[in-house]
Write a new protein. Structure first.
Length: 491
């Protein structure tokens, strides 16, 4: 099966922060891959902007290096790279200054789709928005793309929303949460709402509990100064895990339409109950020394360059959604750095059948579990009970119905676009479904703030955990005391 790539309309995309890490690793390589796939039409232009003084030729050389480093060999075609580089321009601009804006205005063609990607520190979002207007560059049709973090609490998120709203309508603002651009995350909606199979069981009457895991093997080295002011709760739970929870818990939207989907997600966030201290476990990864004593892998405190840090590199929470559908079904969330494996998944564990007709079922019975693997090896696994083969009576055994998207979809499944590629194309198409609305972000902070304030006021210290483990011991207890177990973290 080969999917049709439909080119978008011609556009001018300005990337502020075009020399930064995100542009190098994700935005420029992603745009090249879309160009390679045929989705970027003739006449489109990508304009890089940052303070660094350089001309377009130097920027093209910079983009070539980014493509060489971050695009797989199968898609690195010399002629295509050349053609892609030819649509790039560069303008040196200081977001806080007055120089360069007239040059940018001369390049941006207002009759085309205009998008401005703010891939810079959040403190520059306001100055950029203000100048795009002051210099008459952004029309009322222009779109802006803003990166995370969108604030560090409710108050700062409100200030950011207000600042952007001074210059742009909500329909022009695309707040990125790259998890929403992941193929399998979108598949959650397809699985739930394009199949009759699951929806009748998708509620507290049939679902025992839900586990959402985003485990990483990387530490915070290199980003320690940002991360230490953030921690796993702000960096991952307030946005990515919250979005996953919303897609699992929300009611069916009346249509796959930006506001219909976002209205339903917002209702879930507003229904989240406050989380008590007993339902939170925070951890910090410890330094690791190899058995021969030679290798030393720094612990969190060293990576964060803050020996007294109380910031968590791991968090597990038990969360309740207070509505009719989910009353009594806990959602267990966990995410952390330097864990045993890089794996993100959602596991929905169903309840026991109301009555067993099998004599020996008690010993062997296991719950039905639907596991949606977000990464790596995207796919689904449904654990079911069947009869153990053989003549020895009716004994039950649990088996997986396993499906990997790569295998099921052939070429298409193996060639999944990166989240940033998809999201940027959605911006050009003017589709906000996979972007967070202002009220959604504020509601997410309104739930997050008291949790962080709680542990700050109590002076809680995160518990140490071994690098390469599944996280702190107390996180196991969070589930054990409910008579449940975390799924194993493994690739
Ligand atoms: N890197 C990542 O993996 C991720 C990043 N993000 C977010 O994306 C944004 C960018 O991050 P990242 O690329 O890592 O940051 P970097 O620090 O690597 O890059 C910052 C970019 O902004 C430019 N810049 C800095 N100051 C100014 C200024 N006054 N005017 C114009 N341009 C300026 C820099 O270029 P110059 O110095 O030449 O001006 C550079 O191009 C941040 O909001 C970050 O939180 C979000 C998720 C992941
Ligand atoms: O936004 C972030 O996400 C990454 C994890 O993203 P993934 O696509 O690799 O799963 C995380 O490492 C980073 O700390 C966080 O800021």
């Amino acid at each position: 099966m080969v999917s049709r790539v439909i080119p978008v309309d011609p556009f001018d995309l300005v990337v502020f922060g075009a020399t930064g890490d995100l542009a190098n690793r994700k935005i420029l390589p992603g745009l090249y891959r879309r160009f390679f796939s045929g989705q970027i039409p003739e006449g489109a232009r990508i304009i890089g902007a940052a303070r660094t003084e350089m001309d377009t030729a130097a920027f093209r050389a910079h983009a070539r290096a980014a493509i060489d480093e971050h695009v797989g060999a199968g898609k690195r075609n010399a002629a295509q790279i050349e053609a892609f580089l030819n649509i790039l321009e560069y303008v040196p601009i200081d977001a806080m200054g007055e120089g360069g804006w007239n040059e940018l205005k001369a390049l941006v063609r207002p009759q085309m789709i205009n998008a401005f990607y703010f891939s810079v520190a959040p403190a520059l979002f306001g100055p950029l928005a203000e100048r795009l207007h002051a210099f008459g560059i952004a029309t009322s049709q222009a779109r802006i793309v803003v990166e995370k973090p969108f604030g560090r609490d409710l108050a700062s998120a409100k200030v950011l929303n207000t600042t952007l709203a001074e210059h742009f309508d909500e329909t022009q603002i695309y707040r990125i949460d790259h998890y929403l651009g992941k193929e399998t995350v979108q598949n959650l909606m397809a699985v739930r709402f394009a199949n009759i199979l699951f929806e009748p069981l998708w509620n507290a009457q049939f679902v025992d509990h839900v586990q959402i895991t985003v485990a990483e093997t990387v530490g915070v080295g290199g980003r320690g100064s940002y991360y230490d002011k953030s921690g796993a709760m702000r960096d991952m739970v307030q946005n990515h895990l919250m979005q996953l929870l919303c897609l699992i818990a929300m009611e069916p939207p009346y249509h796959f339409d930006p506001d219909a989907v976002r209205d339903e997600k917002l209702k879930v966030i507003r229904a989240l109950q406050p989380v008590s201290a007993a339902d939170i476990v925070r951890g910090q990864y410890l330094a690791h020394r190899s058995d021969d004593g030679k290798g030393h892998q720094p612990g969190y405190l060293e990576d964060a360059e803050n020996p007294d840090s109380r910031t968590e590199s791991y968090i597990a929470l038990r969360v309740h959604v207070a509505n009719w559908r989910w009353k009594g079904t806990p959602f267990y969330l966990r995410t952390g750095k330097r864990l045993r494996a890089r794996t993100s998944e959602i596991a929905i564990t169903f309840k026991e059948p109301p009555h067993s007709i099998f004599d020996e079922a008690d010993e062997t019975w296991r719950e039905n579990v639907l596991v949606i693997r977000l990464q790596p090896n995207e796919g689904m696994n449904l654990k079911m009970m069947i009869k153990e083969p053989g003549p020895g009576g009716m004994r039950l055994v649990q088996v997986p119905l396993d499906m990997s998207f790569a295998e099921a979809l052939g070429e298409d499944g193996a060639d999944i676009p990166d989240a940033y590629e998809r999201l940027i194309m959605d911006v050009i198409r003017g589709n906000q479904t996979l972007f967070m609305r202002g009220d959604e972000v504020e509601a997410a902070w309104a739930w997050t703030d008291p949790i962080i304030e709680g542990w700050t006021a109590r002076g809680d210290r995160p518990q140490g955990y071994d690098a390469g483990s599944s996280g702190p011991e107390d996180a196991l207890m969070l589930m054990h005391r409910d008579g449940r177990r975390w799924r194993e973290i493994r690739e």
